[in-house]
Design a protein around this ligand. Structure first.
Ligand SMILES: [Zn+2]
Length: 425
């Protein structure tokens, strides 16, 4: 008996470590330089989608097209080429020393700069607005201490900067923000009238800020065809379907060299989805027909999931439950369930399974939030959870979200919990 228990334990342990090895390999592959940050420069999104199609094929998922893919169009402002910012002859490093607002147009030249602090902007608001109208130099806004401002003052500063970006009548060539906050990037589907560059203040503290040299190229692309990757595993029952979803796209590149790996966001979710697919394909037939979808263009505004909802493989009414996984590479502090406070019965089930099986330290719940790919489904009354893990790293939408530092602390436990949850639906 002891021996059998030991063998079972070893076997069980090895299944878990196989899952973790496979997940680590998926995350490493998706965050590799060859995937170009899974964005719209150098076809990164397509290379990543093809990688997932290959995995679906290897796992044996059924396809609804020749290559598991569902194409859709989108427009994105991209930065495939020059990304140069020089102050006082010091060349700044994209992603590390500075970021540009994703809606920035290109710019080239050496510019005189006018510097203003946020305090001065707030105190002499009218005077500055008048002055800005006649300004033809780059406006540098020193945002040091922004985090300490009241909510109202933050709003005033942010509204002013937004207005400056989209005002056609001004002569300011560019706006620079000096910040002591973390640099966080995103994707834009529009182009502003002038570039906005955020520079970490500590990088240029000792430098002369009267001049700035900018060489930035953008390429606003209205012709991109991206794709969702969709595969199915037949279950014991075909009267309803279960969906497991995770977006595979990320922010892509900023200039020729800098790319955003997106290990936690969301190579981790794709890895979780693929390990679940492997489990249901090789080890245990799922209860219901189970659809696995790796969505594209989430970062550009939930474009892939929105497209799917308009052209679903199965009627949306047949979805028994959808579990969306986005940012599941940590877990030291457990997991958060968006919609846990809405779908109480399912959330209580999840918590009790977690307690019984002694998996994650805590399962927290929040209300609805349109912050990932479950949202377009929820709008169509599809019951769904969006699960992300808590604790661990701070990297998010930056060049530091790399596989080497992704802890995967609760990965195996969350995978087991989702399996148990789906088996009990
Ligand atoms: Zn994400």
């Amino acid at each position: 008996m002891c021996r059998i228990a030991l063998i079972l334990l070893i076997f069980y342990g090895s299944v878990q470590s196989q899952d973790l090895d496979y997940a680590s390999w998926v995350i490493k592959s998706l965050t590799d330089r060859s995937m170009h940050g899974r964005g719209y420069v150098d076809n990164g999104h397509k290379i990543a989608a093809d990688f997932i199609s290959d995995q679906f094929k290897m796992i044996g998922l059924q396809s609804f097209s020749i290559n598991y893919q569902q194409e859709f169009p989108l427009s994105v402002n991209t930065f495939p080429k020059k990304m140069g910012v020089k102050i006082d002859n010091q060349k700044l490093i994209p992603g590390v020393d500075f970021l540009i607002n994703p809606s920035s147009p290109g710019i080239k030249g050496q510019f005189v700069a006018t510097i203003v602090s946020i305090d001065s902007l707030l105190i002499n608001n009218y005077k500055w607005i008048k002055r800005i109208k006649s300004l033809s130099s780059v406006l540098i806004v020193d945002k040091t201490g922004f985090g300490l401002l009241s909510k109202e003052d933050k709003q005033i500063i942010n509204d002013l900067i937004d207005a400056l970006l989209f005002n056609e009548d001004l002569n300011i060539p560019a706006i620079v923000l000096l910040t002591d906050d973390k640099l966080t990037w995103s994707i834009s589907q529009q182009v502003a009238f002038r570039p906005l560059i955020s520079i970490r203040k500590s990088v240029i503290e000792t430098h002369d800020l009267t001049q700035i040299k900018l060489t930035i190229e953008n390429d606003f692309r209205e012709d991109i065809i991206s794709q969702n990757v969709i595969g199915m595993i037949p279950g014991k029952r075909a009267d309803s379907i279960v969906m497991i979803t995770a977006h595979y796209d990320h922010l892509g590149k900023l200039g020729k060299k800098t790319f955003f790996p997106g290990a936690n966001d969301n190579a981790s979710g794709v890895a979780m989805m693929l390990t679940l697919a492997k489990h249901f394909s090789f080890d245990e037939t799922p209860e219901f027909n189970t659809l696995f979808v790796a969505f594209g263009a989430e970062e550009a505004g939930l474009i892939g999931s929105q497209y799917y909802v308009g052209r679903p493989i199965y009627p949306l009414k047949k979805i028994k439950f959808l579990v969306n996984l986005d940012l599941v590479g940590t877990g030291d502090d457990g997991a958060m369930v968006v919609n846990g406070a809405i779908f109480n019965k399912e959330f209580n089930q999840l918590v009790s399974l977690n307690t019984q099986m002694k998996l994650l330290p805590e399962i927290k719940s929040r209300g609805g939030a349109c912050n990932s790919d479950h949202c377009p489904f929820q709008r169509e009354d599809v019951p769904c959870f969006f699960i992300y893990t808590l604790g661990g790293i701070q990297a998010y939408h930056d060049v530091y979200d790399v596989h080497e530092t992704l802890p995967l602390t609760g990965f195996v436990e969350l995978q087991q919990l989702i399996r148990a949850f789906l088996a009990n639906l």
